[in-house]
Structure formats: structure tokens, C-alpha cells
Design a protein around this ligand. Structure first.
Ligand SMILES: C[S@@+](CC[C@H](N)C(=O)[O-])C[C@H]1O[C@@H](n2cnc3c(N)ncnc32)[C@H](O)[C@@H]1O
Length: 290
């Protein structure tokens, strides 16, 4: 019988995942990367790890994301937890991006799966992935090189990236906020607002807060220290609070949600855009009733 002290993750998911994961393939992958030098390459000594990050185990991995084990097992596990399919769920974010952004920032990029998809879709854009874990970044870089996708990875804290203001047309985050305290998520959104050009888009793909609230057992299953706080919150409200406009959240296959919004234009640009809209209306034929 399972011991009382075991979490649901330890009791049910860990044995299931260990059955599904190809251990030999993982060992081969581990041996293909010189972890010591890759981690050194991606470590910025000036980065300070926030407390929540150092003191929590995420999905049962000890030392959280600051371990080679986490970087190796992340992708094999994630493919099973994004129904109806990992690529389909991630594509919902990529497809929601409007226009042709010149610079895109993927916050909490992990092993860079969404980051690579962004570059494939927007080949002319400069795409940067940022994460707090040098191990995850080393894995992301290895995978991007293997796939011949030219993206840049950077060690940093999404709450204070140190990147210049108004330097990105799109800032996004996938599966990041359910792993941070809500106060951290709000700080990250404030940083996203700072980083975006006026009119730029922010996109957040993560667990469906409404579904999580209605199904407590889902929050119990994954060993995620902040998922309950996340599910009690409201990304729409956090976006509005950070100063974004045109905020919207769509359900992505019941289990996930995509929230997106825009950084407001300065008042003078807004008036000019409005004026153009008015002039355009004068020259357009009136729509005929159907
Ligand atoms: C669940 S993973 C998501 C990874 C990736 N975005 C994806 O969709 O697969 C969460 C990632 O967020 C990173 N992370 C957590 N807090 C962060 C922060 N404050 N700044 C940057 N990265 C952070 C973790 O290191 C981890 O790689």
C-alpha cells in the first residue's frame, strides 16, 4: 500500500511516467551534452534566484529546475500532459500573434519548444528565450541547434530581465504562471509591459484557471507548489492591472487557456490612428444591409 507521506504525484504519476519514458534514450541524450560547460556557458553570475524558485520542487524533481534531471525529463513528460496534443496547444499561442513581429521574447522558455515554433513561424524575427535555469537553457540550446533553428537563449529572471524598454513587439510565456506565486506573475506582466513597443502584444498560455478551480483533484495530481494560488487568480485581471488593454482569454481544449492583450499606444498616436480611421470611413462606400 502507498505510504501516507507520498504525494499523489509520487503515488501515481511518477510510476506512470517512469513507465512511459524511454530511459535508454535519456541516458544517451545526457551523455551527448557536456553539461558542465553548457551550464557554465548559460550561467550569468549576476542572476539572483528568487526564493520561491530555489525552495520548491516542481513536478517532484528535487532542486526544481536547477538540475540536469529536470532538463532531461521535462520534454518526455510534457508531451503527455497537454491534451489533445502538445504541438496543437502551443500552436494556439503562435497562431494568435498578429502581424509580422520583428523581435519576440519567450519568458520562462524552459527547453525552448515554443521558442523554436515562434522562430519557425516568424523566420525574419529575432527570437529570444529567457529562463532562470541554466540547465533548461543548455537543453533548449542543444535542441535548437539540432533542429537548425536560430534562436538565442539568455539566463535571466522574467521579473527583471535587464533588457531595454520598448524593445519587443511580442512578449509571451507558456506554462510559466502556474509555477509562480501570483505576485511574481503580476511582476512579470509589469516587466512585459515595459519591454513591449506601444501596440505590442503579450500572450500567456497556461492551465485553465476556471477548470482548475472546478476540479480540485487536478491540482492535487501534479506536484506544483503554486498551482492552487494560480487557479484562484485571474490572468485577465492581472493583465488589466499591469496596464494592458484589449484583454481576452480563450479556452484551449478545457485544460488550458490563452490570454492575450496589447500595450496601449500613447495618447497622441491613438488620436492619429483614430483620425485615419475616420478619414478612411469617409472614402469607403457604406455597407449595404444584408
Ligand atoms: C513549466 S516550465 C515551462 C517551460 C516552457 N515555457 C514550456 O512551455 O515548456 C516553467 C519554466 O519557467 C522557468 N521560470 C520560473 N520562474 C522564472 C522566472 N522568474 N524567470 C524566468 N524563468 C522562470 C523555469 O525555470 C522553467 O523552465
Amino acid at each position: 500500500m502507498a505510504s501516507q507521506s507520498k504525494t499523489l504525484f509520487e503515488q501515481f504519476l511518477a510510476p506512470l511516467f517512469s513507465h512511459l519514458i524511454d530511459r535508454d534514450a535519456l541516458v544517451r541524450l545526457r551523455d551527448q551534452i557536456d553539461w558542465e560547460s553548457a551550464v557554465a556557458e548559460f550561467t550569468n553570475p549576476q542572476v539572483v534566484y528568487p526564493n520561491y524558485y530555489k525552495t520548491s520542487n516542481f513536478h517532484g524533481v528535487e532542486n526544481g529546475y536547477l538540475s540536469v534531471d529536470a532538463a532531461l525529463t521535462y520534454d518526455p513528460i510534457t508531451q503527455y500532459v497537454l491534451p489533445p496534443g502538445e504541438t496543437w496547444v502551443r500552436e494556439s499561442l503562435v497562431k494568435a500573434i498578429k502581424g509580422e513581429p520583428r523581435r519576440i521574447l519567450d519568458l520562462g522558455c524552459g527547453t525552448g519548444t515554443t521558442t523554436r515554433m515562434l522562430k519557425r513561424r516568424f523566420a525574419n524575427a529575432e527570437v529570444i528565450g529567457l529562463d532562470l535555469s541554466p540547465q533548461m537553457l543548455a537543453m533548449a540550446d542543444y535542441k535548437a541547434r539540432a533542429a537548425d533553428v536560430a534562436v538565442t537563449f539568455r539566463h535571466g529572471n522574467a521579473m527583471a530581465t535587464g533588457l531595454p524598454a520598448a524593445s519587443f513587439d511580442v512578449v509571451c510565456a507558456t506554462l510559466l504562471f502556474h509555477e509562480t506565486p501570483p505576485a511574481v506573475a503580476k511582476t512579470i506582466l509589469a516587466e512585459a509591459l515595459r519591454l513591449l513597443t506601444p501596440g505590442g502584444q503579450v500572450l500567456v498560455l497556461d492551465g485553465n484557471q476556471r477548470t482548475l478551480r472546478a476540479t480540485d483533484w487536478l491540482s492535487n495530481i501534479f506536484e506544483e507548489p503554486f498551482i492552487r494560488d494560480y487557479s484562484q487568480g485571474n490572468v485577465d485581471a492581472w493583465l488589466g492591472y499591469a496596464g494592458f488593454e484589449a484583454v481576452r482569454t480563450d479556452e484551449v481544449f478545457w485544460l488550458n487557456q490563452l490570454s492575450y492583450a496589447r500595450k496601449p499606444l500613447p495618447v497622441v498616436d491613438r488620436e492619429a490612428a483614430q483620425g485615419e480611421g475616420d478619414r478612411g470611413a469617409e472614402t469607403l462606400p457604406l455597407a449595404q444591409p444584408a
